[in-house]
Design a protein around this ligand. Structure first.
Ligand code: PEP
Length: 252
């Protein structure tokens, strides 16, 4: 039985005052969280501040990105996996579509980062997903396969015991347009079947989150699908009440 997992991606939002207010709200409601793993992923500059503001062990901390280089060194502006570990990060979001689209991250860079995160003892949240054009031109499955194959080819299927996958259709991120539960389930089932072709047991245990305009009013139906194991939440994770409501919708 997979335990659902909900993670909040704060993206480049916040200030110390904003985060203190948000985390105070999360602290107050954290005792309501049962049967779901929960993480929040602040901007890296605020990871330490956020961690110190949390008064609960129930909510873990993750990062939104990290350097591809496995070791510290002369990489101005970058932050390493070991630094994230040192700050107490349990997770790191890798290959988010904004990183792929805005910063040109390739499948092979994402794969390298997954390897580096695993080596550092951090669980990658590997984001995959298609654009609207790719969906409409019928190449959705091959795009998602390529994104997964790059990682599988480097780290191998056995390593997916320690990988979370987030299926995020690009057209649903931050747009207010959600994939229907059936559309999302179809892709989640495709991803699990693909992994199952390599190792049935690992495929059955991999947590696959859905991300893309998840809100308190649509979370339950999405998370109720057989292959959807929680969500990666952007906008709604910036509101404590909404985020907790979404986490509770994933509870088993
Ligand atoms: C995301 O950024 O991963 C995301 C899913 O954003 P939103 O929930 O705002 O669509």
């Amino acid at each position: 039985m997979r335990k659902p997992f909900v993670a909040g991606n704060w993206k480049m939002h916040g200030s110390k005052a904003f985060i203190l207010n948000l985390v105070t709200g999360l602290n107050a409601k954290s005792s309501e969280l049962k049967g779901v793993d929960v993480a929040i992923c602040p901007p890296s500059l605020y990871i330490d501040f956020t961690k110190r503001s949390l008064s609960t062990e129930v909510i873990a901390i993750g990062a939104q990105n990290m350097a591809e280089e496995p070791h510290q060194g002369a990489f101005t502006g970058e932050g390493s996996a070991s630094m994230l570990k040192d700050l107490g990060c349990r997770y790191v979001i890798l290959g988010h579509s904004e990183r792929r689209a805005i910063y040109g991250e390739t499948n092979s860079e994402v794969a390298n980062k997954v390897q580096v995160a695993l080596d550092a003892g951090i669980t990658p949240i590997l984001c995959v997903g298609e654009t609207l054009e790719e969906r409409e031109s019928g190449i959705m499955e091959s795009i998602i396969s390529e994104q997964l194959d790059a990682v599988l080819g480097l780290v191998g299927i056995a390593a997916f015991k320690g990988v979370v996958i987030a299926y995020e259709p690009v057209w649903a991120i931050g747009t207010g347009v959600t994939a229907s539960p059936e559309q999302a389930q179809e892709v989640h089932a495709f991803i699990r079947a693909k992994l199952s072709g390599l190792d049935e047991n690992i495929a059955a245990g991999v947590v696959i989150q859905y991300g893309g305009s998840v809100k308190p009013n649509n979370a339950k139906e999405l998370f109720g699908q057989p292959d959807i194991d929680g969500g990666l939440i952007g906008g709604a994770s910036l509101d404590a009440d909404d985020f907790i409501a979404i986490c509770k919708a994933a509870e088993i």
